[in-house]
Write a new protein. Sequence first.
Length: 398
Amino acid sequence: MAQTRRSKSILAACCGAHVVQDGLGAALYVLMPILAQVFGLSYAQVGMIRAANNCASSIMELPSGVLAERLGESRLLVFGLICACAGYLCLSVSTGVWTVFASLLLLGTGAGFQHALSSSLISRTTGEPGRRAALGIYNSSGDVGKLAFAGLFGLATGIGIAWQGVVVALALVALVAAIAVFFTLRGTDVAVTHSSTSHQGAVSMRGDWGFRDRKEVMALCVSVFLDTAVQSGFLVFVAFVIAEKGVSVHVSAFAVVLTLVGGIVGKFGCGFLAQRIGVRASFFLTQGATALTIMALTISSPVAAFLLLPLLGMFLQGSTTITYGAVSDVVRSDRQSRGFALIYTVSSLSAIAGPTIFGVLGDRFGLDAAMLAMALVSLLAIPPLMVMRTGIEDTALP
């Protein structure tokens, strides 16, 4: 009973950190147009600043997983939240493009100390059969933060509160979250040090990364890369697709919100689905359904498209819970932080490549062709995961 309560408190702390970190990142969608107006930023400068933020987060994913083996996940989770707090405090007193750039670089660095660390901590402290469901809850909590923070930021600035005041309030939220995570997760890093010491011999024989089968890890990385490319590309271009159906730009932007709402449900539910029918079967179902609903969206009327979006979001984003949950099946327990860091790094790189590639296709052949390409890539993500055997349940597929 004590272990169960401890696991729940760890899950709650990790979810809280996820809500805050992803929420702070999503608030930038609302903040960037304001900053562009205040500081006279060009589109190129806006793109450069946002790219710096995303790249800092991507670059820090892998080092955070390695550092966790020496310093522990909880310390680094707190460090990431403090970096986010500092980034927003610096942003509140920014005077020009370079101080905005530095602030968002610091904010992105803090965001890199979260996904792999929390996933590793949850996976290590939650045994079967509840591990996949716990990761699903954690995965969906980030989207809750995105919707809540972006919505509240837009509401606060919309009723006349100065953007600097809202930014300071967000910094204080990050600081409170850091304090809460610190006290909740005290003592959890002892197990990391202990585990690393007890498996020292295994590490030297099998390699520092703890892969049970390198081919299976590579297969998982390929599936994650293709899956994330579709997710990121779709979220970037779905509003444009809806607008091409004759819907106004302001209304079509709501398509992203509907997709994210469906994603929350999908990320939460797919953890239980994978736990029930197995990784391979659940991934097969979600990717197949994603491809079908993307094709249906392309040819549907505006009203039907809006009705399809929450359902599409469930399949489109729910698959991440399935693939991230499979990390524990192919990486030893004493190297979980590295395994999750690797997967999240692959996902981050794909989130940069996906919109670029599908954008080029859209310019050359039209958005409908780009959407059909996304449907095809969703199906291409299935075969690599289907050949995985180590630790993967085969309850539904031969």
